[in-house]
Structures are given as C-alpha cells and as structure tokens.
Design a protein around this ligand. Structure first.
Ligand SMILES: [Cu+2]
Length: 172
C-alpha cells in the first residue's frame, strides 16, 4: 500500500472519530428538576418538571411517577413545554390526593439528534419513613459527558500525527 494512501486513510479515520465526538456530546442530560432529587415536601406536588441540557423532540419522551408500592401516580400526560424556546423542559401532572410516602420519578427522553437518555430520581412527602436509595445512574454528574469527546479529540490528534508521519516517509 503506497504511503500516500496510508496517510489519506489515517486522515479520514481522524475525521470520522472527530465527527463521532461531536454527536456523542449532544446527548440530553438532566440538568434540574422540580421537585429536586431527594426533596422532602410538606405536601404532594401537582406537577413534575424536568429540565435537560439539549433540545428534545416533541414526541418520544416519558415521565412516570410511582409510589412506594409501584403504583403509577401521574396522569400519563408527559409534555414537551412549547413555551420554552429551548425545547428542553418536560412536564407531567400528578393525581390528586397523594399521601405521605416516597415517590420515584422515572424519565426517558428523545433528543433532537435521535438519542435516548434515561434516569430516575425520588422525593418524599410529609411523614415519609425511609427514602429509597437511588443508584448512581439517577442524576448524571455535571460534565460527565465531557470525558468521551475529550478522549476522541485526543485520538483524532494521535491519528493526524500518524498521517503526518506517513506523509513524511512518503516524501522522502
Ligand atoms: Cu446524542
């Protein structure tokens, strides 16, 4: 294989890796919520609001709220808030008359780039006894998604370096 073709292949590969890094960074992570994860409330909320980092599609998002016994307590009306110009806000309303206890909010979204993300959080109302432990997958740590693109950029740089070396060998 001629060295020039090898150099070209390295460059193309570098471009591909870089393009992948761009898409990977576009996942829509949970930024904030109302109620907040782990919140202890005096009375049950009537509505759940979740705010994400990237634009979401109008359909394909789901918020499900369950009580400690696993019964669904939301009205199944997950909506992308069209009043939010950034299209990053999801809401769902809750059934009335919810008593004391721990509730779990499970969510799944569909971002504008076609990727799904999911997670869960919990809150408790009034005289709740014990809070359910929520795993590390619940709320992504801020900036957690940055490590992958950074690694990809480093890989791109290495591959470009490889292309340069092949080129020099070809020029000799
Ligand atoms: Cu994505």
């Amino acid at each position: 294989m001629p060295a020039r073709r090898i150099a070209l292949a390295w460059s193309l590969l570098a471009l591909l890796v870089f393009a992948f890094a761009e898409t990977a960074s576009a996942h829509s992570e949970l930024v904030s919520s109302n109620p907040k994860d782990g919140a202890s409330l005096a009375a049950a909320p009537t509505k759940i609001t979740l705010i994400f980092s990237e634009e979401l599609q109008a359909d394909g998002n789901l918020i499900t709220v369950t009580d400690a016994g696993g019964a669904q307590v939301d009205n199944g009306d997950t909506t992308l808030d069209l009043n939010d110009p950034n299209r990053v806000t999801l809401t769902a309303s809750l059934k009335g008359g919810l008593g004391a206890g721990t509730y779990t909010i499970s969510w799944k979204n569909l971002s504008a780039d076609g990727h799904n993300q999911e997670g869960s959080l919990s809150f408790s109302v009034a005289a709740a006894t014990a809070t359910t432990a929520v795993g590390p997958t619940s709320v992504p740590a801020t900036g957690a998604g940055d490590s992958m693109p950074r690694a990809a950029i480093l890989l791109s740089a290495l591959l470009l370096g490889g292309a340069g070396l092949s080129m020099r060998r070809w020029a000799r």
